[in-house]
Design a binder for this molecule. Structure first.
Ligand SMILES: [Zn+2]
Ligand SMILES: [Zn+2]
Length: 372
């Protein structure tokens, strides 16, 4: 990759012209842009020359990239796997502008939605159907969706890329990856329609869990979270009950669920140790806890073994997703009953990416569509 002209995106967005050229013009080295995370808190928009896709690969013109909590965490403190500087952004949809040799299922002009990872299909974990743990998935994750163009490598084209139906907006199609994570977690948790589910955390993932549970017909979905606007969004997007976790009566409100038994299933979506502790403490006897949000490194949860055993708890900690979860997420998005696009409550251009992260820091948006 070659980079030349550089725009600082932090603290204030740089002034970058938004001229659009045909892909061939970009391929010859004119002004394609790609956001790089240089170090925590420092984003730059750089010029780059999109390469021609090799065998099995596709070049996409990005139509939409979505902000994600993982991006925000990485922006704040770096990431254990993604070494900085790195191209940035991993939730996307786009249009094929060039096709590598041997690709038969996609052609130039196709609208595409894809996950940023795919497993190898041949390792120990893949052999056991736990493709979410395949080393290739994380090691060869596609980054760089905050850009004009993105190269989709062969392993993703082969297993986790789909043609976007015309009726599905590009924004909503870009929710494929977060929804695949939610599908995987809910398949482990197996919610029943007559159950009461408590979601801890009212961020984008908490709300996506809530929407998926309601679309699946789960009777009562309660969200406990913090922040006035987030609680308002949870209510607007269809939570049956919203509990302000900052208030002292929150604990008793949770205890009253299910006629005083407590929630059947708790899905922890804060990625904070306090949230994990709450989730464990609040679930009913015989219930399940899903630890969905990953905590910072070197944190340890202390578990009351007596409660764990005599209350017959089931603790689940799903990570990432498998191809069949991506397939299911694709079907859910195309099915139209989820309306997950309602999660996207802000839109900005690529040159405003610095402002997007400043706003995410303040909790001023749920998910932002970044449109080149
Ligand atoms: Zn994501
Ligand atoms: Zn594998």
């Amino acid at each position: 990759m070659t980079t030349s002209r550089v725009s600082e995106l932090t603290p204030s967005p740089g002034a970058v012209d938004r001229d659009s050229h045909e892909y061939q013009a970009h391929a010859r080295g004119s002004h394609s842009r790609q956001a790089m995370l240089i170090e925590p808190g420092r984003l730059e928009l750089r010029e780059f020359s999109p390469p021609h896709p090799g065998p099995g690969a596709l070049m996409l013109e990005i139509k939409c990239a979505l902000s994600c909590g993982t991006d925000l965490k990485t922006y704040r403190r770096g990431h254990p796997v993604w070494k900085l500087p790195t191209p940035f952004g991993h939730e996307f949809s786009g249009v094929v502008v060039e096709v590598g040799s041997g690709v038969n299922q996609f052609k130039v002009g196709d609208a595409i939605m894809a996950a940023p990872t795919a497993p190898c299909g041949a390792c120990f974990y893949c052999d056991r159907g736990q493709e979410n743990l395949c080393a290739q998935a994380m090691d060869q994750m596609v980054m760089g969706a905050y850009a004009d163009y993105l190269l989709l490598p062969p392993h993703i084209v082969a297993r986790n890329a789909f043609k976007k139906p015309p009726s599905l907006p590009f924004e909503e199609a870009a929710l494929l990856e977060p929804l695949a994570c939610v599908v995987h977690a809910q398949e482990m948790a197996r919610p029943e329609k007559n159950e009461t589910v408590l979601i801890v955390g009212a961020g984008p993932f908490g709300l996506l869990h809530m929407m998926a549970l309601k679309a699946a017909g789960v009777h009562t979905v309660v969200i406990a979270g913090r922040g006035e606007s987030r609680l308002k969004w949870a209510d607007e997007l269809g939570a049956d009950q919203v509990i302000d976790a900052a208030k002292s009566e929150a604990q008793s409100a949770v205890g009253m669920l299910n006629g005083g038994y407590g929630p059947d299933l708790v899905i922890e979506c804060t990625g904070q140790l306090a949230g994990w502790g709450d989730a464990f403490a609040r679930v009913r006897r015989g219930g399940r806890v899903v630890f969905f949000g990953g905590c910072p490194a070197n944190t340890a949860l202390s578990v009351d073994t007596r409660r764990m055993h005599y209350d017959n708890l089931t603790l689940l900690a799903p990570f990432h997703f498998r191809p069949r979860d991506v397939q299911r997420a694709f079907e859910l998005l195309c099915g139209g009953s989820l309306n997950a696009g309602r999660l996207i409550n802000a839109r900005r251009s690529l040159s405003e990416l610095g402002e997007v992260f400043a706003m995410l820091e303040r909790g001023a948006m749920l998910k932002c569509a970044v449109i080149p």
